[in-house]
Design a protein around this ligand. Structure first.
Ligand SMILES: *[C@@H]1O[C@H](CO)[C@@H](O)[C@H](O)[C@H]1NC(C)=O
Ligand SMILES: *[C@@H]1O[C@H](CO)[C@@H](O)[C@H](O)[C@H]1NC(C)=O
Ligand SMILES: *[C@@H]1O[C@H](CO)[C@@H](O)[C@H](O)[C@H]1NC(C)=O
Length: 489
């Protein structure tokens, strides 16, 4: 959709040039594109999408940077990077934001950049500055509310910044560095993993699903106030990274941040870990007793909580199991993860296997064992990693019609199914995927993987961030990393 719009826009711009420019009027016989390039300065929309030979100004590139191809050779310049993140995760036990922080910054360090991580530690014996995995850690005690203590981290940061080599770039995961300090930093990018405006959709869904005996909350009213607060303080961050196309649009249009300060970089996951492997899938099925006769194996993964849509999934499965015997004979549901809904799922009988939480390797096998991955999440924020993992494993995906998902991940039914957050709609999607059969699912899985390899690998994400950091850090000097040539990077 963005493509069509840009095309029309550049066309109109050109027509406008044609009508006002006398030189152009004389040479009207030239094609409009030619005219455009002759009479009008390079126009990012047109150059990115229409003319493969022109430089793109990355800062105003309207699409996800994952669409661009950056060379994988060693970086042209090694950067000293500061990262502010509330909590540094313990390997595989990490939520979305932490996983993102870990994958991205370990990879940047591996590429030779000097990483300084300002984060909290609750271990009483922590040393203030340690080097682990090539990363320099600057630990501090969390504030009573569990945030980074801004006064301490700022002092630690200043100390590092006043050594022989100041920081080239400062990155903060969400409000790790709060706006009270970020406003003083021009070479800064913040990555938002969720903004209040997106959550309004979740609030609406939760209210619609609220059982009559539970009382209404003030969530919705409070959320709009939160949006207004965010609009006011977000402007104190120099550059913004949105992790979905939808969030990028909201930041530009609703939060009114100038376009050249908003950049879209979709999350990526490790493509060496999450990849198709039939034998791993078969072993996993054998190990967990999934009979070969089952023609549909449905997978669910993650925290089994209300927010992630498990009440909805539970109800849909319960109804299908009750009303359709053939479904029970043909299908199996594998649930990886734990949480309050694990016990409910177990009540559904022997067709539902609750596996508990899996380590990364186990999770990779799990994706290979299933025919379709379902994520019934009601959280409209951020870009869910499990969908990306399933996609890179070559599996079709089914998820709620949330703007970030339909706008960036399941952009068409070639790669899966989407449903409205109602039991009826979810049941219909589940029946559709079953009736279609394994061959259709396999085809969708292949399309999903092809698109995933283009957009959702960790390598893509890391290359995009590296280039963004090079670009922002070079804004006041002549190496212009902000220009991109479609044919030669
Ligand atoms: C860490 O070291 C810095 C610089 O010496 C100091 O200012 C800061 O208070 C220390 N932080 C903690 C938590 O000990
Ligand atoms: C970091 O140090 C550089 C070089 O002294 C200085 O220009 C820059 O303003 C400092 N950054 C911050 C946020 O203090
Ligand atoms: C179960 O659902 C399938 C697919 O919608 C349908 O073809 C079949 O007739 C149903 N079976 C029963 C027993 O309702």
């Amino acid at each position: 959709m963005a493509k069509d719009r840009s095309y029309v826009f550049s066309f109109q711009k050109c027509c406008y040039v044609v009508t006002i420019s006398s030189i152009c009027s004389i040479i009207l016989f030239l094609s409009w594109t030619h005219c455009c390039s002759q009479c009008y300065p390079p126009f990012p929309y047109q150059t990115t999408l229409q003319n493969q030979n022109q430089l793109i100004n990355l800062l105003s590139y309207p699409l996800a940077w994952n669409n661009l191809i950056f060379p994988s050779n060693p970086p042209p310049k090694l950067l000293k990077i500061a990262l502010f993140v509330k909590k540094w995760p313990q390997r595989s036990h990490a939520g979305g934001l932490e996983r993102h922080a870990l994958t991205l910054h370990l990879a940047l360090a591996k590429r030779g950049h000097e990483l300084h991580i300002f984060t909290t530690s609750t271990t009483p014996t922590f040393s203030n500055h340690s080097i682990i995995d090539d990363l320099h850690f600057h630990f501090s005690k969390p504030s009573p509310a569990g945030y980074l203590d801004q006064a301490i981290v700022w002092e630690q940061f200043q100390l590092q910044n006043s050594t022989i080599r100041p920081f080239d770039i400062v990155h903060t995961e969400s409000v790790g560095l709060r706006y009270t300090r970020s406003r003083y930093v021009t070479n800064l990018a913040v990555t938002w993993h969720g903004i209040a405006y997106e959550t309004i959709h979740s609030d609406i869904i939760q209210e619609l699903l609220r059982p009559p005996q539970e009382s209404q909350t003030n969530a919705m009213k409070e959320r709009t106030i939160k949006v207004v607060e965010e609009i006011k303080f977000f402007t104190n961050y120099a550059h913004h990274v949105a992790t979905s196309d939808h969030a990028g649009d909201i930041l530009k249009r609703v939060y009114m941040i100038p376009e050249e300060r908003v950049h879209i970089i979709l999350n990526g996951v490790d493509q060496q870990v999450f990849k198709p492997d039939i034998s791993k899938g078969n072993e996993f099925k054998k190990k967990h007793g999934v009979p070969d006769s089952k023609s549909l194996v449905i997978g669910l993964a993650g925290r089994l909580v209300k927010d992630k849509g498990h009440p909805l999934m539970f109800e849909a499965l319960k109804q299908i199991i009750e009303e359709n015997n053939t479904f029970i004979e043909n299908s199996m549901i594998l649930v990886a993860g734990d949480g309050p809904w694990a016990a409910r799922y177990r009540e559904l009988g022997s067709n539902v296997l609750v596996l508990g939480p899996l380590e990364q390797g186990g999770l990779a096998s799990f994706y290979n064992a299933i025919d379709i991955f379902v994520n019934p999440t009601l959280r409209a924020q951020g870009l869910d990693h499990t969908l990306l993992e399933a996609i890179l494993s070559g599996k079709p995906v089914m998820a709620t019609k949330l703007a970030s998902i339909v706008g960036s991940v399941i952009v068409g039914n070639e790669m899966g199914y989407t449903f409205s957050p109602t039991v009826i709609s979810l049941k219909k999607a589940l029946y559709d995927s079953w009736v279609g059969g394994r061959e259709i699912l396999n085809n969708k899985g292949q399309v999903a993987r092809e698109r995933g390899l283009q957009l959702f690998t960790a390598t893509k994400m890391v290359a995009a961030y590296e280039r963004l950091f090079l670009c922002i850090s070079s804004l006041d000097n002549e190496d212009n990393f902000c220009k991109y040539h479609p044919l030669g990077n």
